[in-house]
Design a binder for this molecule. Structure first.
Ligand SMILES: Cc1cc2nc3c(=O)[nH]c(=O)nc-3n(C[C@H](O)[C@H](O)[C@H](O)COP(=O)(O)O)c2cc1C
Length: 192
């Protein structure tokens, strides 16, 4: 079977290094026969989660669209920037809205058992490690199966070439390996 993988970055910025990293990972996935959907969270605008807004009008349309994508995919590739030592508000807010019940479906069910590969690109020498560590905790809490391997790209300002490729051979190899592990896990889950 063709693993269906949803890839996205936790940054809306047009020139986001994490968007570039998600695109590199998506290309590696396609190269090994996975069906990868690369989305931009800028196309999924949601207000900051507010229980009163939810009670009055339910989930925002963008959250419902994001949830549909979760249903349609077996695995996730997430590249998250680090903001003040944690995940970005954009990413956390997206996950918070998506995790709410809607249309008779428990939001947590959308994450349960989903295989996730985590990555981060950051300007710092630590490569967004704290962001990935926090995200690991959040997604595990949501019931996802987060892979032990992760990709950290430090000094992101010099880590990509003009085509968006990773300049460091080892970083590129580790990204390919993460995607291959993710695809293999998804295939194993679907094995009879
Ligand atoms: C509000 C804010 C907080 C940040 N905090 C951190 C941080 O704690 N650690 C870090 O490595 N970089 C931090 N940065 C710098 C990001 O690594 C940098 O903006 C990076 O380019 C963001 O990823 P993007 O290019 O995908 O948007 C911060 C940036 C912003 C805007």
């Amino acid at each position: 079977m063709k693993p269906k993988i949803l890839a996205f970055a936790g940054s809306a910025r047009s020139a986001s290094y994490n968007k570039m990293l998600a695109a590199v990972a998506a290309a590696h996935g396609r190269a090994i026969g996975a069906d990868v959907t690369l989305i931009d969270l800028r196309d999924f605008p949601m207000p900051i989660y507010d229980g009163d807004v939810e009670a009055a009008s339910g989930l925002p349309a963008a959250a419902l669209r994001f949830r549909e994508l979760l249903v349609e995919h077996d695995g996730l590739l997430v590249a998250s920037p680090e903001h003040n030592g944690s995940v970005t508000a954009l990413l956390k807010n997206t996950l918070d809205w998506a995790s709410r019940p809607a249309g008779g479906i428990d939001g947590l069910a959308l994450f349960r058992g989903k295989t996730v590969g985590l990555m981060a690109a950051s300007l710092s020498p630590f490569g967004g490690l704290r962001s990935v560590t926090h995200l690991r905790g959040i997604l595990s809490k949501l019931g996802a199966n987060v892979l032990a391997d992760e990709v950290l790209v430090a000094g992101a300002q010099g880590a990509f070439d003009e085509t968006g490729g990773l300049t460091n051979e080892l970083s590129n190899k580790l990204t390919a390996q993460l995607v291959a592990t993710l695809a293999a896990n998804v295939r194993r889950m679907h094995a009879p």
